[in-house]
Design a binder for this molecule. Sequence first.
Ligand code: HEC
Length: 173
Amino acid sequence: MPKYVVGCCLLVLVIFASIAITVVGGSTYMSQIPRTELAKEKEKIWGHSAWSVHDPWMTGDHAPTLAGKGKVIFIREGCWWCHTLLPEQTQDWAYFGEPPLAGDVQGESPSLFGSDRKAPDLLHIASRNRVKAWHYVHHRDPRAVTPGSIMPAFKHLTDEELDAIIAFLESLR
Ligand code: HEC
């Protein structure tokens, strides 16, 4: 057999072996982390299908709660594009609060870490602002309460959708 054929076969083997080790190693590592009490509590608050939005059974016992529906809308509307749910290890721990532990988000899919932060972190928003009326006005017209805000006005959301988003925000203590 020509040497280059042997070389190619070995290369392909090494590539596939690396991918397999990464996939198996990665998923084994995550599944070894036990879920914290907070993770279990949040799954109850949101409903199972909001904990993992890939759950195909979104009805009956698996139906998302009001806060869970809010979480799904949070994903749909791209709030995570600007807002993280992952305070960084900087001086802002003092303001935004502690970051989550790996076990706090174990099995959550997708996790709402966000893309990169362009707006305040919301992991503990309910610990600093639980004024419903403020959130209603702010979502419909951010500049009415925060002059100069770059947050879009979410005028297209129905009252029910806004109720759900605010219930979700209230669950972020
Ligand atoms: C284009 C970026 C952007 C998007 C998208 C966005 N926001 Fe914001 N948001 C901001 C900025 C900037 C602020 C800070 C200024 C202000 O209060 O409006 C903010 C503030 C907030 C606050 C108050 C935070 C605090 O610490 O007081 C909440 C709550 C909030 N946004 C929720 C949402 C939700 C829910 C969505 C999706 C429906 C969303 N935002 C989408 C940029 C964004």
